[in-house]
Design a protein around this ligand. Structure first.
Ligand SMILES: [Zn+2]
Length: 614
């Protein structure tokens, strides 16, 4: 999802002038699509907490008007139940009826599992605010006392033992009033909104709490099924764009419509419902890899909205150009590139990215929120973190793609400006990786700002790494992490789960050098390395100070009277001769993430301002 500390485009457009686009957006695709004329409210921009400007993760908020979530439901990716470890989640068929007038849903989920060990009990996560009315196992209804769901983790007694290697299918009928997001996407659930003319405008976003907020699942990152079929029934006149490929739309006798979708290899929190009186823009992107990728944008119509929607849609192809050139093939080209306008700001829903940035402008000439969420198709949906402790593999990489795209479009100046913009948000008070299993909540609820740091510090770690090892080794390591190979082509890879140690291993593989020292300091320590300099006559001494005095032989560029040289730092120190009185600037291109007195002073100043404002 989006970083909570992204400054508004308006803020920096007062500093930087508009920039020209240099990319031919029309060379690779054509587009077509109808457009309507309904107006929708310019919804107040999502309130970002004042603390967010400092890079603090958004705090959890409770709504006293709805039943509380259990600890089990509000957490995602927590420890698996031992019975869940015996299951492979093969596929799901999810039918939803959506009732916007009473903000309720009815669901019927058919979940197919293979037993990896004998099982007589199915344990499935589902918010207890959605009561279950019936369960059938392999088509046979269970008695009402065969299941219970006291805590959001439902235990279903099968009445038989499923042998190892055999399949079992559970059909679960449930429904009720799903949890409402207080502040989507940082607090998850349903968003029941309205257009200006009163039509329902509904979305889901459940990254923090997980799939079990609205469908029964095993809420753990590595339990992605191979396919999910979705059947979404909505009131007449509304559309329901969703994940994967549209299989067809049926009109029911009462005028409602059912939208049938099929998605392959979905990320669990990437499954999303989106309902509204959408108009559709569509086109085809002709990939450098030879395949044709269908592109769609569903937007809310209104005066002036079609032009804005078309302008955003026109960014899809050049953004694909960047990712396919620099990283590799769009992972879901055989399904679609989909974006849908939402009442909330954004979320990386697989092949149906949520967009609620109100067509904001930036000095970089592209919509950085759209670009960020789209980056997650590679870094979240193709490469999925094995555990939320590795969340920076989604958000650090996802955040680094905006400066890299600025560089791709306009060069090093824009790249560096974008990097420096995010630097002030780094808190460096908690390590961004702990080496222990973590829930999504654990990562974001840390008051020391780990949630924000997985974005900004993660991005700066990659920036520093790329400058250290060079583009070839860096992007090959990224491709090994994303695709499992350095020569990805459509059809020769599958979505992967990745850990931080695996990523570190890929860097070793592409460089032939062990950079464990780099990651030990940047990922597993809170405080940033400090570059200490001392000048004595014509001697300039440099040394790195790190937490626990960990080794840190990071070379440093030094500018002496405008002449830049790269100084090796074996043992974390170096001494060089510079003319007395010469003007010295260390790391003049800001290529290294390191402690900064300036940033510390800025953060202290902002914290003081916040205290006064309270
Ligand atoms: Zn994100």
């Amino acid at each position: 999802m989006d970083t909570p500390d992204r400054p508004s485009g308006a803020l920096h457009s007062t500093i930087y002038g508009p920039n020209a686009r240099r990319i031919n957006r029309d060379a690779r695709f054509d587009r077509s699509g109808p457009a309507g004329s309904r107006r929708w409210p310019v919804r107040a921009a999502l309130m970002l907490a004042a603390g967010a400007a400092l890079g603090l993760a958004a705090p959890a908020m409770a709504d006293p008007g709805q039943p509380p979530l259990t600890a089990q439901t509000s957490s995602s990716g927590g420890p698996l139940h031992p019975e869940q470890e015996k299951l492979r989640f093969d596929s799901a068929d999810l039918a939803f009826e959506i009732f916007p007038e009473r903000e309720a849903i009815a669901g019927k989920a058919t979940l197919r599992f293979t037993a990896k060990a004998p099982v007589s009990t199915l344990v499935v996560d589902l918010d207890r605010n959605l009561p279950v009315s019936a369960i059938a196992i392999d088509g046979k209804p269970l008695p009402r006392d065969a299941w219970s769901n006291p805590e959001g983790r439902m235990t279903i007694r099968l009445g038989k033992t499923v042998a190892q290697g055999r399949r079992v299918t559970a059909t679960i009928t449930y429904g009720g009033t799903p949890h409402v997001a207080v502040r989507a996407p940082w607090d998850g659930g349903f968003v029941w909104s309205r257009t200006a003319d009163g039509k329902p405008f509904v979305a889901t976003a459940v990254q923090m709490e997980g799939c079990d907020l609205f469908w029964p699942c095993i809420d753990y990152p590595t339990y992605e099924p191979a396919t999910i079929d979705l059947h979404i029934t909505v009131p007449a006149g509304l559309k329901a764009p969703s994940n994967g490929v549209l299989q067809g739309v049926e009109t029911l006798a009462d005028g409602r419509t059912t939208w049938n979708w099929r998605v392959a290899n979905p990320t669990l929190y990437g499954i999303a419902l989106n309902i509204g009186p959408y108009e559709e823009l569509s086109g085809t992107y002709r990939s450098r890899f030879g395949n044709a990728i269908p592109m769609f944008y569903w937007y809310l119509p209104g005066p002036g909205m079609e032009a804005k929607a078309r302008a955003l849609f026109a960014e899809f192809a050049p953004t694909l150009d960047f990712f396919e050139s620099v990283i590799g093939p769009y992972p879901f080209g055989d399904q679609k590139l989909g974006v849908v306008e939402t009442p909330h700001k954004g979320m990386e829903h697989q092949t149906i990215n949520a967009y609620g940035n109100h067509y904001a402008k930036t000095p970089w000439g592209f919509d950085d929120l759209f670009q960020h969420e789209f980056a997650h198709e590679w870094f979240a949906n193709q490469l999925t973190a094995s555990n939320w402790d590795d969340f920076w593999l989604h958000e650090g990489t996802g955040s680094y793609m905006q400066p890299l795209y600025g560089r791709w479009r306009e060069g090093e100046g824009v790249y560096t400006a974008m990097m420096l913009q995010s630097r002030a948000g780094i808190r460096a008070r908690s390590p961004i990786v702990t080496g222990r299993p973590q829930s999504a909540e654990d990562v974001y609820e840390d008051e020391n700002g780990r949630g924000g740091d997985i974005y900004s510090k993660g991005s700066w770690v990659l920036h520093t790494l790329r400058n250290l090892i060079g583009d070839k080794a860096f992007f090959d390591a990224i491709r090994l992490a994303v695709y499992g190979r350095t020569d990805p082509r459509p059809g020769n890879f599958k979505p992967l789960y990745r850990t931080t140690p695996e990523f570190i291993g890929f860097v070793k593989q592409t460089t032939g050098t062990d950079y464990q020292w780099f990651f030990d300091v940047y990922l597993y320590e809170a405080a940033l390395p400090k570059l200490v300099q001392e000048r004595d006559g014509d001697r300039l001494s440099l040394s790195w100070k790190t937490p626990g005095d960990k080794p840190f032989p990071m070379p440093v560029e030094v500018s002496v009277d405008g002449v830049v040289t790269r100084v090796a730092m074996p043992g974390g120190r170096a001494t060089l001769t510079v003319p007395e009185g010469a003007h010295v600037v260390l790391d003049p291109w800001s290529r290294i993430l390191k402690q900064s007195d300036n940033i510390d002073a800025l953060q202290a100043y902002r914290a003081e301002q916040m205290r006064r404002a309270q």
